[in-house]
Design a protein. Structure first.
Length: 418
């Protein structure tokens, strides 16, 4: 059951062959027939007069399916099935009609499913044999599509690496070839980097890496055909997006948020975070290397500066974008000695003092706004500010001291010192 735009990820030849297959099978069985891929994305279905449930309606009209439905189908036997199996009714998920499924396999690899509705009657042996032949024919079509897609993706990965090269002529040649070979539309482009990090800094698993690749692939499939290219690396995945179409730029952020949620769902881990960085728009694919560097920096900074959020545009990094260009040693050495004293101060109220200092500086030293932001009485605020001055030996009435402390707080966040 396809997501918006995903139909374009498959060739028109495959779509036509699968449509002919379900139409032929539907006429022979006089039943409603549908074919999904292994991710339960709709590939083809026939027209029929039988009643359908909300899941089938969504698969036809909205082109989407929840992760819960996918899991339910696999838990009902879809993962291991070698022949007919039944998906029972589950009204909570909208499955008010049961399904009879026939797995589509090529050399035992699961490629998808052929579906009938149980409301149209039982499946006898003759009908089961028709379904087996349909599944075999679909397996050949989908396997051929996989081979063609892998050849295309292999070429795509090669040219994507060249587009990110430090050599200008190589980038221009790669961008030209991507357009000429129909792999990516020419025009303005932007880079998106997605990475996954365990909360307790444990090692990424192979499933973690696959989860990121799957999430970025979902994002790619939801965009217009040939408007994005993907490159998966050991610690992150990259998507270069052509925004020649206005609709692509309009919907990109919401699609990224959905892809991030897919990554977290696929990982199956509780203590893990997914970060997404988005670079600045460049006038051509040949210039997108800088956008990639910006997107990677944005994702890295977002990991430690939590106030920025999980999805961060490079343009929104502010001073953190400048600070991130400096080495960690230079940043650490630049922290105001007074702030270092406050950071290391062993006191139950030290965190409150840090929050007070940050709010006071963010509000340009305005006591009224700071007390309102912290929800404290002005008397309590003045007491905290005096304690901060005592510990830091800085004068909060002095502009230079305020600037030095403010920048140092930003550096401390960037270095994950607070």
């Amino acid at each position: 059951m396809l997501q918006n735009g995903e139909r374009g990820s498959y060739s028109s030849t495959m779509a036509g062959e699968l449509q002919h297959l379900v139409d032929t099978t539907g006429r022979r069985l006089d039943r409603s027939v549908a074919i999904d891929d292994a991710q339960i994305r709709l590939l083809a279905y026939n027209s029929h007069d039988s009643a359908v449930d909300s899941v089938r309606m969504n698969s036809v009209l909205q082109r989407n399916v929840s992760r819960e439905i996918v899991d339910f189908i696999y838990a009902s036997g879809g993962r291991e099935a070698l022949d007919l199996f039944t998906v029972p009714v589950n009204e909570e998920l909208g499955l008010t009609l049961g399904r009879v499924g026939m797995p589509i396999r090529y050399r035992n690899a699961l490629l998808g499913f052929v579906w009938l509705l149980t409301s149209e009657g039982e499946v006898d042996e003759d009908q089961a044999e028709v379904l087996r032949r349909t599944a075999d024919a679909a397996a050949m079509i989908l396997h051929r599509e996989q081979l063609l897609d892998e050849l295309s993706r292999s070429r795509e990965r090669e040219l994507t690496r060249d587009v990110l090269s430090g050599e200008r002529s190589l980038r221009e040649d790669a961008a030209s070839r991507l357009a000429d070979e129909g792999l990516m539309a020419a025009g303005p482009a932007v880079a998106v980097t997605m990475l996954l990090r365990p909360v307790h800094r444990s090692t990424l698993t192979e499933r973690d890496r696959l989860s990121v690749a799957v999430g970025v692939d979902q994002l790619r499939r939801r965009l217009p055909r040939n408007s994005a290219i993907q490159l998966d690396r050991p610690d992150h995945s990259l998507l270069i997006v052509s925004v020649a179409e206005r609709s692509t730029q309009t919907h990109l952020d919401s699609l990224i948020v959905a892809a991030r949620e897919r990554v977290l769902s696929e990982s199956g881990r509780q203590n893990i975070e997914c970060w997404v960085g988005i670079g600045e728009l460049r006038t051509s694919v040949a210039d997108v290397r800088e956008s990639y560097e910006e997107s990677r920096r944005s994702a890295d900074v977002a990991q430690v500066v939590k106030v920025l959020g999980n999805v961060v545009h490079y343009r929104d990094l502010g001073v953190y974008g400048l600070l991130a260009e400096l080495s960690e040693d230079r940043l650490e050495n630049s922290i105001h000695s007074g702030l270092q004293s406050l950071l290391s101060h062993e006191d139950s109220k030290s965190e409150a003092l840090l929050a007070t200092l940050e709010s006071f500086l963010d509000n340009a030293g305005d006591v009224k706004r700071t007390s309102e932001a912290l929800c404290v009485h002005r008397g309590s605020l003045y007491y905290r500010l005096r304690r901060i001055q005592e510990i830091t030996r800085a004068d909060l009435a002095n502009g230079d001291d305020r600037l030095a402390l403010h920048l140092s707080l930003k550096v401390a966040r960037l270095l994950d010192l607070r």
